[in-house]
Design a protein around this ligand. Sequence first.
Ligand code: SAH
Length: 219
Amino acid sequence: MTIEDDRRRLVTQLRAEGIVDARVLAAMASVPREAFVPADIRHHAYENVALPIGAGQTISQPTIVALMAEAACLRPTDRVLEIGTGSGYGAAVLASLAGRVVSVERLDALADGARERLSAEGFGSVRVVVGDGTLGWPAGAPYDAIVVTAGGPDIPDPLIDQLAPGGRLIIPVGPKPSRLDLVRLTRTADGSLARDSLGPVAFVPLVGAHGWAETPPDA
Ligand code: SAH
């Protein structure tokens, strides 16, 4: 089996799991996940599971990456904020679908690695910054979509404030990292907020001023 076969098989799985957006499926078929996972586990890159990337963090499961990208309803001109750069894989998928992507990571070492991988794979336009993403990234606001790839107790107010009219915020929230609900908050044209649920998920903890303390509730 070639890498292309692996990727095609992954897209077939994503379809079977209900991902229908053709642009999202094309992005998942084109971004090389193997380039974003550590070399020693590269042979697992096309398994539809989260994988360890160091510093106790994980690269998200492809189904979740696709589900979040689909829920964000991205257009090619959209400005996107990702919270939790991790490996950089999710940022690469978002950059394939949108205009400008800023991604915030709290851990320096992960941000450095992600920056390197993104530029090596042709996603050098993604801006990776280090900081507490629960505060958003005001300098780039407002955003048409904000995608949070770590789970917290509540929706951080700064993220809501940085959402453009019509903007979509995708974030896992719940009582503990292993019991989260994937929420989409949409700022409607009249400025009000609409909330819908995309189902139960588990994520690494969102650690920050509007997230959990360094030690979150038990998994
Ligand atoms: N999108 C990533 C997923 C990485 S896991 C990928 O495709 O690989 C989530 C990441 O969120 C971790 O790297 C973790 O360090 C980071 N994180 C947790 N809390 C954060 C915060 N407040 N601000 C920015 N990044 C945060």
